[in-house]
Design a protein around this ligand. Structure first.
Ligand SMILES: [Cu+2]
Length: 173
């Protein structure tokens, strides 16, 4: 991997963005070394607090989760796929949601999807997600390998507990 001369990606947002786009284009056509990943393991991603409130619509739903990056390098969520239907990534700005191409997962930070903010938008679902079921998605990143996540379908009124201590109320399967 080439690095831009002058170091620290974090200090030069414009340069970093260009580098990311370049990496994406490469990943798009090749991906030959996707398994080993030894050289470029900067981001350490994990996913929690995933759920889908049972939707009223039979073909559309919103999904929420939190992506935590324990690594020292930022990554970017570039797309989400699911066999259940089409998935796009939306952010909410001034109460209006709009589709985005990518969202940053900051180094030593989190990318949070929550009600009223970022969300996964499911459309053209083959069947309506019902409470007790789950929907599987695959998260794709600019640098890290894809991550498969199961989003359990919760009650329409479900609210996750604030912060990251959210597992205590989960009755499990
Ligand atoms: Cu949306």
């Amino acid at each position: 991997m080439r690095r831009p001369a002058g170091g620290a990606a974090g200090r030069r947002p414009a340069l970093a963005a260009v580098a990311v786009i370049g990496a994406l284009a490469l990943a798009g056509c090749g991906g030959s070394d996707s398994d080993s990943g030894s050289a470029d393991s900067g981001a350490e991603l994990s996913v929690g607090s995933a759920y889908i409130p049972q939707p009223v619509s039979d073909s559309m739903a919103a999904g929420f989760l939190t992506i935590t990056n324990e690594g020292g390098t930022a990554d970017e969520l570039t797309s989400v796929t699911s066999e259940a239907g089409e998935v796009t990534v939306h952010e909410t700005v001034d109460g209006t949601m709009k589709e985005v191409d990518r969202l940053e997962v900051p180094a030593h930070g989190q990318l949070v999807f929550k009600s009223g903010g970022n969300h996964l938008m499911f459309e053209k679902l083959k069947q309506q997600p019902k409470q007790g079921q789950s929907v599987t998605v695959e998260l794709h990143f600019a640098h890290s390998g894809p991550v498969t996540v199961e989003l359990p379908v919760k009650a329409a009124t479900y609210q996750p507990t604030a912060g990251h201590s959210g597992h205590s109320e989960d009755p499990g399967h």
